[in-house]
Ligand binder design. Structure first.
Ligand code: 5GP
Length: 201
């Protein structure tokens, strides 16, 4: 039976373990495609242009924004971030899911546009663990970490707006949990295209 694809947003404060979860979930679910965002921030650590993000200048970003290139966009940690509209629409048209790693503002925008969205929030077990993970990854200055923690508090305040909360205590369990959420959501009756007609044909 044919099913409709949907959007999965995976949000978490920086250091929440979202990137590792994402990477495994994409490997386990071939029907889920990752939407590579555009950003004006600098490349960090081992990141690669066109894989982690499309890194573009502020001027290019603002031009694309004016042209309606983005499905949603937000100003986060002093930089612009946005999702390419065409990529999302084409992927959904093919019956696949789109996974987006976007912030709270982005999730709200995509929901307001009326898309079929399953929103997942990933949190470490407690605030101390989050802080420790940010320091341990050694990619940001202390000032940047402080800024990220301030933003994290604002994001966590929005938790109630999400459909699912996954606590990332053990990475394997968190991955399993996200996969299970997606598989269960795929089987909701609303996601089937004409199930009764297809059954009797
Ligand atoms: P980072 O700089 O740590 O990669 O990401 C910072 C924040 O920007 C994260 O909360 C991430 O989810 C968010 N973000 C990344 N790409 C997008 C996007 O395309 N749209 C929105 N709204 N947020 C994004």
């Amino acid at each position: 039976m044919k099913k409709k694809g949907f959007i999965i947003t995976l949000a978490s404060p920086s250091g929440g373990g979202k990137s590792s979860i994402l990477c495994s979930v994409l490997g386990l679910l071939p029907q889920a495609k990752y939407s590579i965002s555009y950003t004006t921030r600098q490349i960090r650590g081992t990141e690669q242009d066109g894989i982690d993000y499309f890194f573009i200048s502020e001027q290019e970003f603002l031009k694309k924004k004016e042209e309606g290139f983005f499905l949603e966009y937000a100003h986060v940690h002093n930089y612009w971030y946005g999702t390419a509209k065409d990529y999302v629409l084409n992927t959904l048209d093919q019956g696949n899911h789109v996974i987006m790693d976007i912030d709270v503002q982005g999730v709200a925008q995509v929901k307001e546009l009326g898309y079929d969205v399953v929103s997942i929030f990933v949190l470490p077990p407690d605030f101390e663990t989050l802080k420790q993970r940010l320091f341990d990854r050694k990619t940001d200055s202390n000032e940047q970490i402080e800024q990220r923690l301030i933003n994290s508090k604002k994001e966590i305040d929005q938790l109630i707006a999400y459909d699912y909360l996954v606590i990332n205590n053990s990475l394997d369990k968190a991955i399993e949990c996200v996969v299970n959420i997606i598989l269960a959501e795929e089987n909701r009756v609303i996601r089937y295209i004409d199930p009764i007609k297809t059954f009797y044909k």
